[in-house]
Design a protein around this ligand. Structure first.
Ligand SMILES: *[C@@H]1O[C@H](CO)[C@@H](O)[C@H](O)[C@H]1NC(C)=O
Ligand SMILES: *[C@@H]1O[C@H](CO)[C@@H](O)[C@H](O)[C@H]1NC(C)=O
Ligand SMILES: *[C@@H]1O[C@H](CO)[C@@H](O)[C@H](O)[C@H]1NC(C)=O
Length: 230
């Protein structure tokens, strides 16, 4: 439950952080940390994946590189994974309709699937969401029912999210983050909010090595499986 709220808060922080930070009534809690304590639960590296549901390169990266890296290396406990199913989509104002709409690189079907993924990300904890997305990306059609059934997942909240809101509204918070990058290739992978546009091809093909390097840089720790990779 905390994870879900954590993600929601993060997705919405652009909207809420600014207005509340100026009122001087900070409700921040200060937790005391013993100076000698080493981080007991291991620190997590922030990894953001900007992808599209109908993009073969995104499917390949998520199903063959990212999944293997997280599972084979047992990196879930050291990864703070954020998924942004938006890619090279864009928003536009439909003046005749009088509302914001979204245009996706691979057409309307992709917008619908991107929004479905967004609903998965919003309503399930990140690990379940990722496993469901991994399953769904085996096909370019909607696999929600099949995957949910085989994984024995309750996805009623996913369906409710998708059917009760407009596609552009569902995708808005993801689009805001992705559009900031001005990315030229999908998928794009961002460590610690520090987008390296020229490093993308290397990161896609040698994700493990980059993960290890970034982890070492942030925590000064060589993860067990990284010794052989670095
Ligand atoms: C659409 O119009 C609204 C106001 O009418 C504006 O705030 C928004 O930035 C516009 N969006 C785009 C993508 O042009
Ligand atoms: C704008 O909305 C109208 C009415 O729903 C629709 O017929 C038209 O195709 C839309 N235009 C674009 C560019 O999406
Ligand atoms: C990083 O860790 C090594 C030992 O693992 C230590 O010798 C070194 O001083 C550390 N560097 C920093 C900047 O903490």
């Amino acid at each position: 439950m905390n994870k879900i709220f954590g993600f929601l808060l993060c997705a919405l922080c652009l909207v809420f952080v600014r207005p509340t930070s100026g009122n001087g009534q900070s409700t921040e809690r200060v937790t005391k940390v013993t100076p000698t304590a080493t981080p007991d639960p291991p620190g997590k590296l922030l990894v953001a994946i900007h992808y599209e549901t109908l993009c073969p390169d995104s499917v390949f990266f998520i199903r063959r590189r990212l999944y293997d890296a997280l599972v084979d290396n047992n990196w879930w406990p050291v990864t703070d994974l954020k998924l942004y199913p938006f890619g090279k989509a864009s928003f536009y104002n439909n003046t005749s309709k009088g509302e914001m709409q979204v245009f996706c690189q691979h057409g309307e079907d992709e917008c619908e699937l991107n929004a479905l993924h967004a609903c998965i990300i919003e309503t399930l904890d990140v690990r379940r969401a990722f496993n469901l997305i991994f399953c769904m990306l085996r096909s370019y059609s909607n696999q929600l029912d099949e995957c949910a059934r085989s994984m024995r997942l309750d996805v009623s909240k996913v369906r409710e999210c998708k059917s009760s809101r407009k596609t552009a509204d569902i995708l808005a918070p993801y689009g805001r983050e992705t559009l900031k990058l001005g990315l030229s290739f999908v998928p794009s992978i961002v460590f610690e909010n520090d987008f390296d546009p020229y490093g993308q091809s290397s990161i896609r093909y040698h994700f493990d090595r980059h993960f290890c390097k970034q982890y070492l840089k942030k925590f000064n720790i060589t993860l067990p499986t990284c010794a052989a990779i670095l």
